[in-house]
Design a protein around this ligand. Structure first.
Ligand code: TMP
Length: 246
């Protein structure tokens, strides 16, 4: 599908880390990954050298793997270092967070130590709304605000837990602990739910299994240094070097 004659249209949307353009005959989009990094709902801004390249390629790696494991995703093809072709979806305005280990906002909210293992994975829903700090919502609130139907929320929860089950051993093999991650879902033209957005060190917490070192965007959020090196390390561990595709 890396068709050189791919027709590109105008920009549909620009987010903090990506731009989205219409592509093909209207049911595809081209997603362009930038080096821009933000934290705390856009309050902190910066750049991470080559983050766009790594997040584009890593997301492709994860989406391909998850597709082979039966998870429907928006991914179609890698186009180049920073661009990915995807099915066009209507994004459901919820952030779906899955946690295996206490960290970040859960540690703050519940006053538990970061690093505490959760007995069962925890799924949280938040509203995709930076201006209000992506507040947590219950399933009932998400349905009442019209974000998704009851059936969609149930399916999203099932898919999110399946993604977790597939990613945990895949990452463990690369000596990475999957602490938590954020997913987004969308509906295609026929109303099918697809895993969308990206899966990368921007949207996951990865800790080295031996040293506990943080290898994700927390290095930027918390000014820990070694930010770009952490992204490169994740790429070195899980990049798809055998793929002949760009
Ligand atoms: P949190 O502990 O700050 O709520 O973050 C949970 C996970 O979600 C973590 O892996 C980082 C990811 N995340 C995003 O992808 N986007 C966001 O805006 C936030 C706040 C977190």
């Amino acid at each position: 599908m890396t068709d050189k004659n791919l027709v590109l249209g105008g920009m549909l949307y620009e987010g903090k880390a990506k731009q989205v353009f219409t592509a093909g005959d209207g049911d595809l989009v081209l997603i362009h990954f930038k080096d821009d990094a933000t934290a705390f709902n856009g309050e902190k801004k910066g750049q991470i050298e080559n983050k766009g390249v790594i997040n584009n390629r890593l997301s492709a790696r994860f989406f391909r793997y998850l597709e082979t494991e039966g998870i429907p995703t928006h991914f179609v093809a890698l186009i180049n270092d920073r661009d990915m072709l995807c099915r066009r979806v209507e994004i459901i305005p919820l952030e779906v967070i899955v946690r295996n280990i206490v960290a970040g906002s859960l540690a703050k909210r519940t006053n538990q130590a970061e690093g505490t293992e959760l007995g069962e994975p925890l799924v949280e829903l938040t509203c995709k709304d930076d201006a209000r700090g992506d507040p947590l919502v219950t399933k009932e609130e998400a349905i009442a605000m019209g974000a998704a139907s009851t059936e969609e929320i149930d399916r999203i929860r099932t898919l999110a837990l399946q993604v977790n089950e597939k990613l945990l051993p895949f990452l463990l093999e690369k000596k990475l602990k999957l602490v938590d991650f954020k997913l987004e879902f969308g509906r295609d033209r026929d109303g099918n739910l697809l895993l969308a957005d990206e899966i990368s060190p921007d949207t996951c917490r990865f800790w080295d299994t031996e040293t506990g070192e943080k290898l994700d965007k927390d290095r930027f959020r918390r000014d820990l240094g070694g930010v770009k090196e952490a992204y490169i390390e994740v790429w070195n561990r899980i990049g798809d070097f055998r793929s002949s595709e760009t």
